[in-house]
Structures are given as C-alpha cells and as structure tokens.
Design a binder for this molecule. Structure first.
Ligand SMILES: Cc1cc2nc3c(=O)[nH]c(=O)nc-3n(C[C@H](O)[C@H](O)[C@H](O)COP(=O)(O)OP(=O)(O)OC[C@H]3O[C@@H](n4cnc5c(N)ncnc54)[C@H](O)[C@@H]3O)c2cc1C
Length: 298
C-alpha cells in the first residue's frame, strides 16, 4: 500500500464538551492511519469558540505527529487579535492556516467587516503572509459563493486571494464530479495554478446536509436525494449509503487525476475511513497495473 500517492486531509471542529472531545480525539487517532497531510480545525467567531479552536489546534500540534492547520475567520475580530492568534500558533511550530472570511451568526444578515479587521479572506491572506512564513489555504466554491454576483465575480475574487499569496484552494463540498471538474477547468483557465483540493462531505444525516447545503450554495442532485428517500428513520442505513456515494465520487475524481482530497469529517471517523480505504485500494490497483505494464515492457 503506497499511501504517499494520495494526499489526504481531515477537518474537525472543536468539540462542545469533554465527552465529545474524547470521541473526536478517538476519531482523529483512527484517521492518523492514512498518514494525512494535515488535520484542520474549524474556527468559530465567538469568544468561547475561539478559545476552543485555539486549544484544539495546540493539542493536535502537541499530541499528534500529523501537522495541523488552524482555520481563521475575519468575523468580529480586529487584525491584531487575528495576528496574535496566528503568531501564537507559528511560535509553536504551526505554519498552516486556512484563511476565511467567515459568516455572521444571525440568519439573513450580511457580513460586515470589523472596523479594525481584515475585510475578507484575500485581505487576511495578505496580512498573514507579511507576518510570517505561513502556508495558506483559502476556500473555493465550485457552485459559486452565495455572495458572488456571478461566476466571473467569483473567479475574480478567488484570483484576489491567490494574488494575495494563497498556496492552495480547498473547495466547498459538492456531490457531482462534473461540478468539480468544470470548476477546476475554469480556475485553471483564469490563470490560477495552485492546487485545488476537492472538499468531500460523506453524508451521514441527509436532512442536516440538505438544510446546510441550502445556506452555503451547494446543490444536491435529485439522484442523490432519491438515494436517501425513505431512510429518515434508519440513520445507520443512511450512513452506509453516504459512505458508498462519497467513495463513488472520490473514485471518479481519482480517475480524473485528482490525488488530493479534504474530508469534512464532522468529527466522526467511520464514513471517512471507509471512503479512504476504498480510495487506497483503487490506488493500489492502479500502481499494480502500472508495475505490470512496466515489467511487460522491460
Ligand atoms: C474549506 C472551507 C473551510 C471553512 N471553514 C470555516 C470555518 O472554520 N469557520 C467558519 O466560520 N466558516 C468556514 N467556512 C465557511 C466560510 O467562512 C464561508 O463560506 C464564508 O461565507 C466565505 O468565506 P471565504 O473565505 O470564502 O470568503 P471570501 O473569499 O473573502 O469572500 C466570499 C465571497 O464574498 C464576496 N467578496 C468578498 N470580498 C469581495 C470583494 N472585495 N469584492 C467583491 N466580492 C467580494 C465574493 O463573492 C466572494 O466569493 C469554510 C469554507 C470552506 C470552503
């Protein structure tokens, strides 16, 4: 098994209490088996959430051999506050950041920058790059960000983030491989040549994903919805279906030469583990076929 042919990363959010923390940590430990490029920790703007993100980033940095990337958002924070957090991580050896604008917490309210804050993710990227040698990932939106006027506007803004020094793009999740492939083509056509890593969300609870998708602009194809129809009362069956659909998606992408994947784990290892195991098995088969072809030629 050659795990290095695939680059995997796994996203977690800070757990809400100590029982959840234990479960989250156990999941993270399981996913270490895949020798990921990094674990990432999401960021909540509220004071308490901020502290939880900070301490989870520091815990992973201390207690796991896998590098950690801390997410940061611009919401409700001054530049100084963000810079202090980022530098605190850097001093402990954490140089990976996922730089994001974030959203306001109240429903239907527009994002307004903090008076002394970064305006958006591009601005944050520029500021952090001046501060220290951070490796920065930014968000990308295969189905355009809900605040973008149109596709061109969305691409222009992505370009601003890349021009500000972003090193890679991690996408919002999507369920149709063609959505990602079209996005990748359009980003490359716009002259952007940093890695574009698909964000993969294995569905464990269809109703929740459907509600969240409506807010973040990710569409759910009818054929995905119909796979979950009649499964409301059987969560464990939903999970089997979710793992199967996500593994079909990543295998199709792998065949299109996508080798890097970022998983939204929702702090649970089972679905992501199943999907990654199948992905590795596909990778091994491809390696064996290549080796056999090489031997036949020799
Ligand atoms: C990989 C990933 C991880 C995430 N992690 C978190 C997290 O940890 N915590 C959290 O709260 N949220 C997180 N989010 C959600 C994210 O914060 C929201 O999607 C937010 O609405 C946009 O963040 P952004 O960094 O993409 O914003 P930006 O790229 O700064 O802007 C989003 C959009 O706003 C518009 N816009 C912004 N500035 C301009 C400008 N100057 N001119 C024109 N248009 C502009 C554009 O339409 C642009 O696409 C994550 C999203 C992704 C994809």
């Amino acid at each position: 098994m050659n795990k290095n042919d695939l680059k995997l990363s796994f996203e977690f959010f800070p757990a809400k209490d100590s029982a959840a923390e234990e479960k989250t940590w156990a999941s993270l430990k399981k996913l270490e088996n895949f020798n990921p490029q990094f674990f990432s920790v999401t960021f909540g703007a509220g004071g308490g959430e901020r502290l939880k993100s900070d301490s989870f980033v520091k815990k992973i940095n201390k207690d796991s051999l896998v590098p950690v990337a801390g997410h940061l958002t611009c919401v409700d924070m001054s530049k100084d506050e963000i810079n202090d957090l980022a530098l605190g991580w850097f001093e402990k050896g954490v140089n990976k950041i996922v730089a994001l604008r974030g959203d306001v917490r109240e429903k239907n309210k527009q994002y307004v920058p903090h008076p002394n804050g970064y305006q958006n993710a591009a601005d944050m990227c520029l500021g952090l790059k001046k501060l220290a040698n951070f490796e920065i990932a930014v968000g990308g939106y295969p189905e355009i960000h809900p605040d973008s006027k149109n596709k061109q506007d969305d691409t222009d803004h992505l370009k601003r983030k890349v021009d500000a020094g972003a090193d890679k793009i991690i996408t919002q999740y999507f369920f149709d491989k063609d959505v990602f492939l079209r996005y990748r083509d359009s980003v490359v056509a716009a002259g952007i040549n940093i890695p574009i890593i698909p964000g993969i969300m294995p569905i464990s609870n269809f109703k929740k994903v459907k509600n969240f998708s409506a807010m973040c602009g990710a569409s759910i194809p009818d054929w995905i919805a119909s796979e979950f129809s009649g499964l409301d009362d059987t969560p464990e069956v939903q999970q089997l279906v979710g793992a199967s659909l996500a593994s079909d998606l990543v295998k199709k992408l792998k065949k299109e030469e996508v080798n890097e994947f970022h998983f939204y784990t929702l702090n649970k290892y089972e679905l992501t583990f199943a999907v990654c195991s199948r992905l590795l098995s596909l990778q091994n088969n491809l390696n064996q076929n290549n080796q056999t072809k090489g031997e036949a030629r020799a």
